[in-house]
Structure formats: C-alpha cells, structure tokens
Design a protein around this ligand. Structure first.
Ligand SMILES: [Zn+2]
Length: 412
C-alpha cells in the first residue's frame, strides 16, 4: 500500500497506524452523515454504525524538535480532507491541505514569541462554521506551547465543546504543564512521536533529496534525529560552517577572556543567522503595509489617518522584533544542541559506551578530551550546556546565560 500523505513521517510507525485508523473512522462518520453507511473498506453495508471511537475532536502531537510534529498534524489534516478518506496523497483534498490552500484547514503559525488571544478567538469562531468541503474543519496550532494563557483559555472553550465537524490538532514539544495546560491536555488524544533513528533519517535524505550516502549518514547523526536540520546540514554550506564554528568552541576555552570572547562570538553568530532569516519577510511586510496605507494625504482627516498609520507601523515593528527574538533563540538553541552532542561524545568515549558518536567528524577531538577529563567533569560540562538551554527557555538574557556556560565549560 502506498504511504500517501504519511510518507514524510520518518520512523513513526505507531503514530501513523493510530492516525490512519482515526482517518478511516472519520471517513465513516462523514459518510454516515451524508446518508451512506458503507464502511471505508466496503465492509460496513447498510445499517452498520459509523464511528469506532478511533476519531476524536482534539489531538496533541508531541515529540523532540525535528521529530515531525507539524508534518504529522498536516498529514492527518490531509487524510481528514481526503476525498477517499485515506490520505491517498493524490486527490484534491490531500493536495490542497498539504499545500496549505484547503478552505477548511487553518494553520496557526506563531511568528513571535507567543500566539495572542485575538488571533485564537478569531480562529475558534471560524472553525465553528460548517466545512465548505463537507468533511472537517481542521485547525492546526503548530506551536501550542507558545499560546498565551488567555489564548489557551479561548482554545480550551472550543476544545471542551467542539462543533460536530471541527478538529483541533495541537503540536507541542511535550505534555509538561509549561508546554500545554493540564485542562487542554485532558481533553485531547495524545500522539507521541519519537526521535527517528539516524539510519531512517539518512535513508530519507538519500531517497528523497538525492544526498550522497556518506554525507547523509554524517548529517543524520549530527542532526540527532531532526530531519529538517539533517537536510539543511547536508545541503547548505553556510549551515555547516556555523556548526563547525560551534564545535570549535571547546578547544578555545583556555582562560576567562577566551570564555567571554567565545560567548560574544556565539551570540553574534546566532544574531546574524536570525537577522538573515527574517530580513526578507520584514521588508516584504513593511512594503505591503505601506502600499495598503497609501502615500498619505493632505485633506481633512489626514492628521487622524496619519496617527492611525503610525500605530499600524509600530504594531508591525513590534511583531517583527518579537519574531527576530524568537529566530535568535531558535538559532542559539540549535547551537547548544550541537555543543551538547560534543560533550556527550566525550562522555560515551570515556565510559566506552557502545553507541555511535553524534559528531563523527569531531570524534578525534572527543577522544583527545576524553584523555584529559574525568567522567564527572565531562558530565558537569554537559549539564552546563543543558542548564544554559533551560535558562534561555525561562527568559534569562542569552548573553548572561552563555557566558556562565562558557566559564563552566572551561573550569569543568
Ligand atoms: Zn486523498
């Protein structure tokens, strides 16, 4: 059987099975509502009851970064809108959902640090309407952990009393109360995604992206299960250069001054990476807003209009600044994950653990470090990196957290 819309989900057999069953059940529910009670596999026949309980109105997709939370939610949305009810990948329902143009499927993609209440209320309201395509209204919230409390409450109301044909798909790193409220969690069915094994990621890079076998293996290991990151490392020389610079950090920490310098270099590099990632979107939004507002006027009411214009530009600048901050944090987090991988490699070398290294290309460096450090001091270094990630997660100023980490990495 063709994998259809679920083909992009790497190494997630259990989740795919759950979602397939739910989609089949959902298709039966739609058929029953349209007065045709024949089951998806043709076995139902007149009189059989629709709904096996495999389908429900609210779902949470959890898993580590790159495990494919959004990919899974999008694939499931496509399966729900599939005209065959299977997620065939070929019909207009599947195509338009995957392309993001289906009239009944909405994606909430927070660009700043959080999803606001206004946005959520508008969404909930629209999601309550009858699906134009006759199947399901689907709302995908790609970073549900970034909902504000008020937005979470607006969502909770909808999840508690869902309109009959509305489905909410929430993506979040975990079900920890910091990521998703306990009450929302209790109303949702959970789809846990695991970190895909490196060989599964390498196979995808080779088969789908035409990446050379050796590069694919290296990138898959270095990305630690993050498919998107592996793809980027395999194909983008700039991303590779940034990673090399991060992995050079442990060698440079020879005194306090070097630690402060290394912290500055890391912060500046992630700022530059983040700025480059948002510059185009920023310029396009600004141009669009200026066009929409026109070139201003001189007649009656022009002063009031100008005041409104200034407000809209200010609002846009606020949103863009929030997006830039998030892009920088994401870039810094990726760097810290790479760095943690190096200390993990040193530790597994020291302990002679029978596991493959994360960074095959710095394995000689990890071995050299293993000859100098104890397991305890290596573990403290690994913990310093993880503590830095956590500190940034709770809004400690990145520079302060990174400087503290560099000093801890040097002292051991
Ligand atoms: Zn289809």
């Amino acid at each position: 059987m063709s994998l259809g819309v679920f083909a992009e989900l790497v190494g997630q057999d259990e989740a795919v099975e759950t979602l397939r069953r739910a989609a089949a059940d959902a298709a039966d529910i739609v058929r029953a509502a349209h007065g045709d009670s024949t089951g998806a596999d043709g076995s139902g026949g007149p009189g059989s009851a629709a709904g096996t309980g495999a389908m429900t109105h609210a779902w949470i997709f959890t898993g580590p970064p790159g495990s494919g939370r959004t990919v899974a939610a999008r694939a499931f949305a496509a399966a729900l809108e599939c005209v065959h009810g299977t997620g065939c990948g070929d019909c207009t329902g599947c195509h338009t959902t995957l392309a993001g143009t289906h009239a009944d499927v909405r994606f909430v993609v927070p660009e700043g640090l959080s999803i606001g209440v206004g946005e959520m209320r508008a969404l909930v309201l629209r999601a309550a309407s009858t699906p134009a395509g006759g199947r399901w209204q689907v709302v995908v919230v790609t970073d549900a952990d970034r909902l504000t409390e008020a937005a979470g409450n607006a969502l909770l109301k909808a999840v508690e009393e869902p309109p009959p044909r509305t489905v909410f798909l929430l993506c979040t790193p975990s079900t920890h109360p910091d990521d998703i409220s306990v009450t929302i969690r209790s109303r949702c069915r959970l789809v846990p995604l695991r970190q895909p094994p490196a060989d599964a990621v390498a196979a995808v890079l080779q088969a789908r992206d035409g990446v050379d076998a050796e590069v694919a293996r290296w990138a898959a290991a270095a990305a630690q299960g993050d498919v998107g990151r592996a793809r980027l490392l395999a194909r983008d020389p700039e991303a590779r250069k940034r990673r090399d610079a991060v992995l050079a950090v442990p060698r440079r920490l020879s005194n306090v001054g070097a630690c402060i310098d290394a912290a500055s270099a890391l912060i500046e590099a992630t700022e530059a990476e983040a700025a480059a990632s948002v510059v185009e979107a920023d310029a396009a939004e600004r141009a669009a807003l200026e066009t929409a507002l026109g070139a201003g006027g001189t007649g009656r009411g022009a002063a009031g209009a100008a005041r409104g214009t200034a407000g809209q530009i200010k609002e846009l600048e606020r949103r863009q600044k929030s997006r830039a901050t998030r892009a920088q944090r994401d870039a810094l987090d990726r760097a810290l994950v790479d760095l943690a991988g190096f200390y993990r490699d040193v530790l597994t070398t020291l302990l002679r653990a029978p596991v493959a290294p994360v960074h095959t290309d710095t394995a000689p460096l990890a071995e050299a470090a293993a000859g100098k450090w104890t397991a305890e001091s290596t573990l403290r270094r690994l913990e310093a990196v993880l503590a830095c990630r956590e500190a940034i997660g709770v809004n400690v100023k990145p520079r302060i957290a990174v400087e503290a980490m560099m000093l801890a990495l040097w002292r051991g």
